[in-house]
Design a protein. Structure first.
Length: 454
């Protein structure tokens, strides 16, 4: 016979719907805390701090892309840097030969230094780019460019932030990085003149300015590494809407909004309800693209006739004799002997497409410049950083001598990875946001290092 009480107790009952409701409520609260409006307000707050740091040191603001540009109004931004936190990750410390950041040298010389702005998401005081990548870069340049200024040779790292073992391991790698930089065969005397003085480092964040008494000086250029966001230990819901590192990973939340569009439209963005923001952002971004006139192409030094740019309309005025458009439809160039469209897709698929197109590039350049080596050549892609850079890398490896002159007879020479790295340095030091993807570089390497077909 069963229990004398046929009714279940309240404690024995489960209410899945109630549990789900609590879970949904927490998720909703988190989404609300991470709203676009809260992100933009947090960015404004952090930008105020970055400007205060610049005023304190009397130095211009430089954005460590891409996150850093959110925290600097365009009119206040003196330049951009491209230091990756991955080059500072524990055990993966590196001096990137693809991101030399040589554009900072004359800027630092002219102003006595600069404030490099970046941020990181919840829980960390600063990103690895500021704590390790830039200190590594600075130590390498100091040793390579100022061998007698030994006081600036040891790497400077943030106080009480890394373990002694990690600091020692990083220090032990610096000399190898110096050797790698020298192996690129760049003009070190010219780089020394561009920088003028060794680099000294300071850190500025919401916890401390270190060293407290360090300012600009006659003996060094001061790089202040500024982490713009306040460190948050708990969940965003407990911070009254403040989001640490709000500008990070903008592809996931910004609906296409970019820093220039944000700073040019602050008032209307702040006054628009959250559910109407995606539509407004679409309209503002579209308007910005219409007003964003194609920028001039950049000369790849030491050549005197190779240029890199972005956008299909960059040669509408006919300034360049020959054009290679990596993304343009191949059918669109039929009958135009001075234009070569490669028809590459976007992303990794485009990098694979490029591998199949480089034979056409070799034939196109060999035929035209072989007949007249003074012709100017413009190579473009959607962003002017990836496929166009890979195409130009193949061209300078195949046809250009160490002085930057065209020589068709060089196209049959054996090419090594070290030689490709040296030629890549031409591109990186000429256009500082050039960033060919790993897939693009693999395609170029495979093409250049294949056995000759003769």
């Amino acid at each position: 016979m069963g229990s004398s009480d046929p009714f279940p107790t309240l404690e024995s009952l489960h209410f899945p719907s109630a549990q789900l409701s609590i879970s949904q409520t927490l998720s909703s609260l988190r989404r609300s805390a991470l709203s676009v409006a809260n992100r933009l307000q947090s960015i404004e707050t952090d930008a105020t701090f970055a400007q205060e740091v610049a005023d304190h040191y009397g130095l211009p603001l430089v954005a460590n892309e891409r996150c850093g540009s959110w925290y600097i109004p365009p009119m206040a931004k003196a330049g951009s840097a491209y230091f990756k936190s991955t080059d500072g990750h524990t055990g993966q410390w590196d001096f990137s030969l693809r991101r030399l950041n040589l554009q900072l040298l004359p800027l630092a010389r002219d102003h006595g230094g600069c404030v490099i702005v970046d941020s990181t998401r919840r829980g960390k005081l600063m990103p690895d780019a500021l704590s390790k990548t830039i200190p590594i870069w600075s130590a390498v340049l100091n040793r390579a460019l100022f061998p007698s200024a030994t006081a600036y040779h040891p790497i400077r790292l943030p106080p009480d932030y890394l373990g002694a073992s990690e600091e020692a391991q990083i220090e032990n790698r610096i000399e190898g990085f110096v050797h790698s930089l020298k192996s690129l065969k760049l003009d070190l005397d010219n780089l020394r003149q561009q920088l003028g003085k060794p680099i000294q480092i300071a850190w500025a964040n919401r916890t401390y300015f270190h060293p407290e008494d360090l300012h600009t000086g006659d003996e060094y250029n001061l790089l202040v590494l500024c982490s713009a966001s306040r460190r948050v230990h708990g969940a965003e819901m407990s911070e009254g809407g403040y989001i640490q590192g709000a500008g990070d990973d903008s592809e996931a939340w910004a609906h296409g909004l970019t820093p220039p569009v944000f700073w040019n439209n602050q008032a209307i963005l702040k006054s628009t309800p959250e559910d109407e923001l995606p539509g407004l952002i679409d309209r503002l971004v579209a308007e910005h693209k219409l007003l964003d006139v194609a920028k001039d192409a950049t000369l790849i030094s030491p050549t005197r006739n190779l240029y890199i740019g972005s956008g299909a309309g960059i040669n509408d005025g006919g300034r360049y004799d020959l054009v290679i458009d990596c993304n343009g439809s191949a059918d669109a160039t039929e009958g135009n002997a001075k234009r070569l469209n490669l028809g590459c897709d976007s992303g990794k698929l485009g990098s694979r497409d490029l591998r199949k197109c480089l034979d056409k590039v070799r034939e196109f350049i060999g035929a035209h410049l072989g007949a007249d080596s003074s012709l100017s050549v413009l190579v473009t892609c959607e962003n002017g950083k990836d496929l166009s850079a890979g195409t130009l890398l193949a061209i300078v490896c195949l046809f250009y001598n160490d002085e930057g002159g065209f020589d068709a007879s060089l196209s049959k020479r054996a090419i090594s990875k070290q030689f490709i790295r040296q030629r890549l340095a031409w591109l990186v030091s000429s256009k500082h946001d050039v960033n060919p993807s790993r897939a693009t570089l693999q395609s170029v390497n495979a093409f250049l290092m294949q056995p000759p077909d003769y």
